[in-house]
Design a protein around this ligand. Structure first.
Ligand SMILES: Cc1cc2nc3c(=O)[nH]c(=O)nc-3n(C[C@H](O)[C@H](O)[C@H](O)COP(=O)(O)O)c2cc1C
Length: 260
């Protein structure tokens, strides 16, 4: 079983492409976030994977919450792994993920996959250029083959891209970012062109967006995943003034560029 969480589609695509290589099945974590508990009966020969994006050089808060809800029955040291998708690097997120694992499960392996960047809310951060996106997609099939081979062989590895200043990114910069910026949805607003289509309401994994006077309203439970911003069909959602000149990205828009 591969559980995945995805805001802009990268982690969903990675989970599905891995599942097809491993003849495994996938389950979206999002609807499970609203259940008080989740139980999974793990088969004796089965592996258990978790695929999700990196947020602020750590795991998204919803993944920690999901891990707290999840009980795995039939666990006898089967192979348990994570695959994180990131724009650049993960810092020391692997340590946080290991600490957050569901009670009783121990991590056998971890992998990272570099995908197009989805973070746009700070100066200097934007979606990737066409050239960078093409380069990342060109490497994707062979990277997924590598990971699938490693999972099939049940290798105990930590095959992730920590990047430079990994500790500082996760423990200092990321800690401030996650504490003070990531969950603050007060700066989200729509610009005049919003037609009230409701896409943002539907794609928000936390059901945090309601509609008032035909416009979205953010209600303070945001995890900062930017699903609303990137999926808006008319680029009508802004985060303060910081995203005025920033791009949009969803995997589905560029899926044809991945040559499997
Ligand atoms: C709030 C936020 C924080 C992010 N932080 C990082 C980061 O620390 N390092 C990184 O390489 N990419 C970071 N990214 C980029 C995403 O991890 C990357 O684009 C990921 O593939 C998105 O996955 P998804 O499409 O499944 O949501 C961040 C994206 C968002 C929205």
């Amino acid at each position: 079983m591969i559980y995945y969480f995805s805001a802009t589609g990268n982690s969903k695509a990675v989970a599905e492409m891995l599942a097809s290589r491993l003849s495994d099945k996938v389950t979206d974590i999002t609807p499970l976030l609203f259940r008080p508990s989740v139980e999974y009966a793990l088969g004796a020969e089965e592996s258990l994977g978790f695929v999700f994006p990196i947020h602020g050089w750590s795991l998204p808060s919803v993944i920690s919450k999901f891990f707290n809800k999840l009980t795995v029955t039939g666990y006898r040291q089967q192979y348990v792994y994570f695959v994180v998708t990131c724009g650049d690097d993960i810092g020391i997120a692997d340590r946080h993920i290991r600490q957050a694992m569901p009670a009783g499960l121990s991590l056998s392996a971890g992998y990272s996959v570099t995908m197009p960047d989805s973070y746009v809310c700070l100066p200097g951060f934007d979606v990737d250029s066409d050239e960078v996106r093409h380069r990342k997609f060109a490497q994707l099939p062979s990277r997924l083959n590598e990971i699938a081979d490693s999972i099939s062989a049940r290798r105990a590895v930590m095959d992730v891209h920590h990047g430079s200043f990994a500790w500082i990114k996760t423990k200092v910069l990321g800690a401030v970012f996650r504490r003070y910026m990531l969950h603050d949805d007060k700066l989200f607003h729509t610009v005049g062109v919003c037609g009230g289509c409701g896409t943002c309401v539907v794609v928000c994994p936390l059901n945090n967006i309601s509609f008032e006077e035909n416009r979205p309203r953010w209600n303070g439970k945001c995890i900062g995943c930017l699903a609303c911003y990137h999926h808006c069909p008319i680029r009508g959602i802004r985060y303060g003034h910081r995203t005025r000149h920033k791009g949009q990205y969803t995997f589905s828009k560029y899926a044809d560029e991945v040559k499997e």
